[in-house]
Design a protein. Sequence first.
Length: 131
Amino acid sequence: MELRKKEPKYHGKSLEELQKLEVREFAKMVDSRQRRTILRNFQTLEDFISLAKKKLENGKKIRTHKRNLVIVPQLVGMKIQIYNGNTFVPVDVTLEMLGHKFGEFSPTRTRTKHTKSGVGATKGSKAKSKK
């Protein structure tokens, strides 16, 4: 028995079919919140896609501060660095990310590491010198 690998699809369409669609056509396939964001930021999104393609041709990194842009099929396969307020986090855009925003893949807060308390954190540690 031969196992076939399932081709990844988004709403029943393959990646090639999705990339042929215009951004406004793709907007009809996503949820209402993302659709509204895509249609509202349409010009910004179009400008970003054309700029990203130019940078890829020249071999430059794609860096952005725009965390509110929705990922569309034209961006799949690109490596984009998204600013999280401190550094640029590299993200490989995949088919599963379609319809999500850039900011979801670049967390702004780190996980808390609970270690022993520092000087001044407890009443007993105030008596210790700060040297």
